[in-house]
Design a protein around this ligand. Structure first.
Ligand code: NAP
Length: 174
């Protein structure tokens, strides 16, 4: 089975960005010697899956951050290619996951955002949720999932609080 892990940070009220796409509220948790398990997680994934708005935010950061992994960007538009490892696709999520399986990949990072994550969830393609709950209430913004969809019962695999107040929640489906 291939793992598709939605790995993201969200506010206590369930937002992954402010309404204008801002993620400055994550700044206090970057650098400072604590990586919240990111290096280990990153080394465990073999592919990245991004919605176009998340990709556009990454493009603005400058150098492509994941040149060593293939990335698929879901879009109907003709966006700039940040690096040869990046593929734009207008296929649906199930077709791309099937293509990854055919390549014998075992683990993909669904980076988000909330709109793409909702499509993956609706199609039953997410196998695991690794969500970092950040101790902040944003009061509005881009939700973890763009639409509610159906209920998904989850099983807690792991939970870890950090001294900063951030809590890592790791859930499997079912
Ligand atoms: N806190 C975190 O950990 C975290 C993680 C990821 C993202 N973010 C933030 O979330 C924001 C972006 O999230 P978002 O929900 O607005 O957008 P998104 O999910 O990143 O991108 C949505 C866009 O992807 C394209 N798309 C193509 N196929 C799709 C499909 N099957 N399902 C859904 N979308 C598809 C569509 O645009 P076109 O076809 O028109 O291109 C759609 O509008 C950014 O501000 C980013 O910084 C935060």
């Amino acid at each position: 089975m291939m793992e598709v892990i939605y790995y993201a940070a969200c506010s206590l009220d369930g937002y992954i960005a402010t309404a204008d796409g801002g993620v400055d509220w994550l700044d206090p948790y970057q650098g400072g010697g604590e990586d919240y398990g990111y290096a280990e997680f990153y080394s465990s994934v073999e592919a990245l899956l991004l919605g176009s708005r998340t990709y556009e935010v990454s493009l603005r950061l400058g150098e492509w951050q994941a040149p060593d992994k293939p990335s698929w960007v879901f879009t109907q538009r003709d966006l700039p290619i940040a690096h040869p490892s990046v593929t734009l696709t207008s296929e649906d999520p199930a077709a791309i996951v099937a293509a990854l399986r055919e390549r014998s990949l075992k683990c993909a990072w669904l980076m988000g955002g909330g709109e793409l994550a909702a499509s993956f969830r609706t199609a039953g393609l997410i196998t695991r949720y690794m969500i970092f709950v950040v101790p902040i209430i944003l009061g509005g913004g881009v939700p973890l999932f763009a639409d509610a969809g159906e209920r998904s019962p989850l099983s807690l695999l792991h939970a870890k609080p950090y001294p900063s107040g951030l809590v890592q929640l790791d859930y499997g489906v079912g």
